[in-house]
Design a binder for this molecule. Structure first.
Ligand code: SF4
Length: 347
């Protein structure tokens, strides 16, 4: 069994606003092992990015705060580390890339200066060695003429090339974990496939773990070993990628599978999930998905469902898998899960 790198236990990150308390992440659990890719999936605003910022300890405080939980990185609780020790982990042992590289790259410094600066800070290399490392990393992410391009500024690169530069910068310190927040969303489909291929290739070479944050189950199918599906700040299904696509158990996951865009289909054939996610300030008392769920039962609006085990490593937070559902309701659920998985298998 590969080493456990990161264990997130009952993570709760809230924002205290004039309108009320926004429960952006409300009880997230997972484990991440060396060399593994974990996909964290959900619509925008479901808490997946806030969770990443919580792990990196980048939540703006106030108004945000991690109010409960543990984030164990190789056994050390990151939430208890002094800021100077956290700085040695952030960008070094745990690196992050974002959807829009321009927000993370400094427009007035060359790419080489930016990579070299990160390497000098974390790895204590000389200026010359750090510069050589910048060239080497640009070669690794397949930037043509790396030795010359290292002197260019961010605006001189295309969107896809800038994302390659971000990956080069993130991996320059040889991190154990790469957190990638919608890394290909802004790119066209061909470039997206190239970036995903590159990430997979470098993951093998560096033997690192990846946390892939995305709204796109198609990207997860390509990349992930395990998947956490989030809805309204909470994990609603947790399974291997195989089970997520072959035997999905939560109605929200079924909705996501039906709404995966496919290249060969006309957009009108997608079945969107009806309705909007609830306000995170004013969550309904029962299951947060109940107002949008075609399978909602009486119990669903009364109390939040716990996680029900489907197998040893597959959980769904849904009463359809409990004694609260009748045999008939369970049958309907099996048929709906099958239809969703048939759709998912064609991704
Ligand atoms: Fe739907 Fe009820 Fe399951 Fe929630 S608990 S997803 S409302 S069936």
């Amino acid at each position: 069994m590969a080493e456990t790198l990161l264990s997130v236990h009952n993570l709760k990150t809230y924002f205290y606003t004039d309108e009320g308390v926004v429960k952006a992440v409300d009880g997230l659990n997972y484990e991440l092992h060396q060399g593994e890719t974990l996909g964290i999936v959900g619509e925008s605003g479901c808490g997946k990015s806030v969770h990443a910022l919580s792990v990196m300890r980048l939540i703006p405080t106030p108004p945000g705060k991690v109010v409960e939980g543990e984030i164990l990185f190789q056994g050390t609780n990151l939430l208890k580390l002094p800021e100077d020790e956290m700085r040695r982990i952030r960008g070094n042992r745990i690196a992050m890339i974002f959807q829009e590289p321009m927000t993370s790259l400094n427009p007035v410094l060359t790419i080489g200066e930016q990579i070299a600066e990160a390497v000098m800070l974390h790895q204590r290399l000389s200026k010359k060695d750090a510069w050589d490392r910048a060239v080497e990393m640009l070669e690794k992410v397949k930037i043509p003429l790396a030795r010359e391009r290292v002197r260019d500024y961010p605006h001189q690169f295309s969107g896809g090339m800038r994302q390659r530069v971000m990956i080069a910068m993130a991996l320059s310190c040889n991190p154990s974990i790469l957190m990638a927040d919608e890394p290909t969303t802004a790119l066209d489909v061909t470039i997206q496939a190239q970036i995903l291929d590159l990430m997979r290739e470098l993951q093998k070479e560096f033997n690192m773990a990846i946390i892939l944050i995305t709204h796109n189950l198609g990207v997860v199918a390509e990349m992930a070993d395990n998947v956490v599906v989030m809805y309204a700040g909470r994990p609603v299904e947790h399974a291997s990628v195989h089970d997520t696509f072959r035997d999905p158990r939560h109605p929200y996951t079924w909705g996501l599978l039906h709404s995966i865009p496919k290249l060969y289909e006309r957009k009108e054939r997608l079945i969107p999930i009806e309705g909007q996610p609830p306000s995170l300030i004013d969550l309904p008392p029962g299951c947060t998905f109940a107002p949008r769920c075609p399978f909602a039962m009486e119990v669903c609006v009364k109390a939040d469902p716990p996680e029900y085990p489907v197998t040893d490593d597959h959980y769904a937070r849904c009463y359809l898998h409990s004694e609260h559902a009748t045999e008939e309701e369970k049958k309907v659920a099996v048929a709906a899960g099958l239809a969703a998985s048939t759709r998912g298998r064609r991704v």
